[in-house]
Design a protein around this ligand. Structure first.
Ligand code: 13P
Length: 251
């Protein structure tokens, strides 16, 4: 059966020293809490090596927030999937709405990133989700289906099985406005159905689908209680150990 996961996405926050201190604190808290889910922190590139050295990745998983769409070469400023993997990280967030929106990441670019992540044994945490207008005009089901089809459905079933999905409605990210547990369940069940239609029920039932967008200790338990919500991708609330653990302990 699929895993429950709570993953932090630190985004562009913390210095190296602050990040290492936070990661150590979370690592100790997870070791003590023995939660009923896997716990991961996804951190800026600069933080990967020192955080990997500061934590036990068997207790606290480590991921990057992005990787390049090329394997190596003359791409100034980019960081490749193999570089990320060489730090000890096991995960990489791909297709976050902030990357799609601010950095022009298309499905074509994302397919290349997913392929490189998988080649380097990184598990992609692949983000999908609609903007407010698409929620309000009811096109969000189609939007999410297209993001999954275009970004992932070129994969063989064995590779699709390595993907973690994160549904993050853009209108809920950093806004304090969360999808209701019913809204999350409705779209998560839809997403699982789209996967089942392509890869079959077994693959669909084994796929972890996270919710992201203003998830916090006060709403996590209600969201995670829904049958198709398998955990969370946490932005703001992952930057304070107590808040993050409040979400982890919601399982
Ligand atoms: P917030 O939890 O800050 O809304 O961010 C969610 C997110 O974008 C995680 O990737």
């Amino acid at each position: 059966m699929r895993k429950n996961i709570v993953a932090g996405n630190w985004k562009m926050n913390t210095t190296v020293a602050e990040g290492v201190a936070l990661a150590k604190e979370v690592n100790s808290a997870v070791a003590a809490a023995k939660p009923n889910c896997d716990v991961i922190v996804c951190v800026p590139f600069t933080h990967l090596v020192p955080v990997a050295e500061a934590i036990d990745t068997a207790i606290l998983g480590l991921g990057a927030e992005n990787c390049a769409d090329h394997a190596s070469g003359a791409y100034t400023g980019e960081v490749s999937a193999s570089m990320v993997a060489s730090t000890g990280a096991g995960y990489v967030i791909l297709g976050h709405s902030e990357r799609r929106q601010y950095y022009g990441e298309t499905s074509e670019i994302l397919r290349a990133k997913v392929a490189l992540a998988l080649e380097n044994n990184l598990k992609p945490i692949f983000c999908i989700g609609e903007v407010l207008e698409q929620r309000e005009n009811g096109t969000f089901f189609d939007v999410v289906r297209t993001q999954i089809e275009e970004g992932l459905f070129n994969l063989e079933a064995s590779d699709f099985g390595k993907i973690v999905l994160a549904y993050e409605p853009v209108w809920a990210i950093g806004t304090g406005k969360t999808a209701t547990a019913e809204q999350a369940q409705e779209i998560h069940a839809f997403i699982r159905g789209v996967i089942a239609g392509k890869y079959g029920e077994e693959v669909a039932n084994n796929t972890t689908i996270l919710y992201g967008g203003s998830c916090k200790p006060s709403n996590a338990a209600e969201l995670f209680a829904k049958p198709d919500v398998d955990g969370g991708l946490i932005g703001g609330a992952s930057l304070k150990c107590a808040d993050f653990m409040g979400i982890v302990n919601a399982f």
